[in-house]
Design a protein around this ligand. Structure first.
Ligand SMILES: Cc1cc2nc3c(=O)[nH]c(=O)nc-3n(C[C@H](O)[C@H](O)[C@H](O)COP(=O)(O)OP(=O)(O)OC[C@H]3O[C@@H](n4cnc5c(N)ncnc54)[C@H](O)[C@@H]3O)c2cc1C
Length: 432
């Protein structure tokens, strides 16, 4: 069996710890090891960099755009595991001033924005400007937004005080905004209330039942229960909502598959696309109901288990054995960190909070980090940050600050370039 793995980046990303890259606790290498290195002993796997732009279900090929190179790959069986993208609920323009947190690029850009905000505040003389630079708004009070808000508050209140001559980082405002009436609302009332209390203790201002109506470079417009308001803030983080990547729409078009509201592909109980037993969709891209009739969530365990299930089905087919059981998701629980030594955990019927939940978080995240070296260095970085007050990965470059502008100006490096392909691969002349 030959396997071709096509990915838009050279690394495998452990997204749950991305917020720690953005806030200077971990380095990007610790959460994003090279795919080639992970699979180096898997001799039958060919790893290729590129973005799949189109799929031809008749010819059984996918068209791929790499940086300056376009190529086509044939398949017998196709597995789509393209994950999810940030959703701005139809307001994609918000992305410029409120970057999301989906990739290493996002995390490094946010790191630069967060630490530069304190630097620039230190240079201001007008109190209104200082306040604007020292106000951080996080949109979305799910696990990512809550973790981000807690961590920025810890930076401001534990790590940075004493390091600036002209500002007091204690005075930074961290505002967590959500359109619904609870933080971490999928964790249930008790844990949600506990998380809210802890956020307040950390000094995070939590604005619930508050809808974002506009985002601009110097602030954010919200519709609160008190009426419309403006929060002046230079640094905004978008942690609300996901949608399927553009490729999902193309796959749905060519296969006739139905999609849900977020654009995810409805699959058969075995994970295949209806009418196309040779195409599997797994992970965040897959829309499938669980045992309780509700759509399976876009979480890592669904992705891991559905990926394993698809691989198992393919192995059975190749061995000439009948198809196995439909995909069954086993929910191992959910975890979210509020601050150092404090988390919430919902595992089966068990609801834990505080230090015990944080210990579980620590063990689980260490277990799932890829690579022994990464685990050792993550533990060292956590010791520096959680036991001490350090923040070991604070380096930011001007390139990170200006990357978004530069990419807009110079275009997408993965845009198809029909004349520059090499080797015997078939050139692709248009993207999907
Ligand atoms: C900030 C953050 C925190 C999270 N925290 C948690 C958590 O604590 N617990 C939890 O269970 N889940 C968490 N999740 C969700 C979890 O990370 C996802 O459910 C999981 O990664 C989904 O796996 P996947 O393989 O479907 O997609 P991804 O892990 O998103 O992988 C998709 C891959 O496809 C590539 N790709 C996309 N489009 C193309 C294309 N056209 N061509 C080629 N390659 C393409 C991407 O580059 C990426 O490498 C978090 C997610 C985020 C963003």
């Amino acid at each position: 069996m030959d396997v071709t793995l096509i990915n838009g980046t050279t690394y495998h990303l452990f997204q749950p710890l991305l917020y720690q890259v953005a806030t200077g606790i971990l380095s990007e290498g610790e959460v994003a090891p090279p795919i080639r290195e992970i699979l180096r002993r898997q001799r039958n796997v060919d790893v290729r960099l590129g973005r799949v732009r189109d799929v031809d279900v008749e010819a059984k090929t996918v068209d791929v755009a790499g940086p300056g190179v376009s190529y086509t790959v044939g398949y017998d069986t196709l597995i789509f595991a393209a994950g999810s993208s940030q959703s701005y609920f139809g307001n994609d323009g918000f992305a410029e001033d409120a970057p999301g947190m989906k990739s290493v690029d996002d995390a490094l850009e946010l790191r630069a924005r967060i630490f530069h905000a304190f630097e620039i505040a230190d240079l201001q003389t007008d109190p209104a400007d200082i306040e604007r630079w020292m106000t951080f708004v996080i949109v979305g009070a799910g696990p990512t937004g809550t973790e981000m808000a807690g961590q920025i508050a810890e930076l401001a209140h534990r790590t940075l005080p004493g390091q600036y001559k002209h500002i007091d980082p204690h005075r930074a405002r961290v505002v967590l905004v959500d359109a619904v009436g609870a933080v971490l609302n999928t964790f249930g009332d008790r844990l949600s209330t506990r998380a809210l209390r802890e956020l307040h203790q950390l000094g995070v201002e939590v604005e619930l039942n508050t809808k974002v109506v506009d985002v601009d470079p110097t602030g954010i417009e919200v519709e609160t229960v008190r009426g419309p308001e403006r929060i002046p803030a230079m640094t905004k983080v978008w942690a609300a909502g996901v949608s399927a990547p553009p490729l999902a729409r193309r796959l749905a078009e060519v296969t006739g598959a139905r999609t849900d509201r977020a654009g995810r592909i409805h699959v058969e109980p075995d994970g295949t696309v209806p009418g196309h037993p040779e195409i599997f969709v797994v992970g965040d891209l897959m829309a499938l109901a669980g045992d309780d009739g509700r759509q399976l969530p876009g979480v890592a365990q669904v992705a891991i288990q559905s990926g394993r299930h698809a691989a198992g089905q393919i192995k059975r087919r190749l061995a000439g054995r009948p198809a196995g059981q439909p995909f069954h998701y086993f929910d191992k629980g959910s975890l979210a960190v509020i601050s150092r030594f404090s988390a919430v955990a919902s595992i089966g019927g068990l609801r834990l909070s505080g230090f015990p939940a944080w210990l579980i978080w620590l063990v689980v995240h260490l277990f799932y980090l890829v690579g022994f070296k990464n685990r050792v260095s993550a533990v060292l970085h956590w010791a520096v940050s959680f036991l001490g007050r350090g923040c070991p990965e604070r380096v930011t470059t001007l390139q990170q600050v200006h990357a978004r502008t530069a990419m807009r100006q110079y275009g997408d490096p993965f845009a198809p370039a029909p004349d520059t392909y090499t080797g015997s691969r078939t050139p692709v002349t248009s993207g999907g």
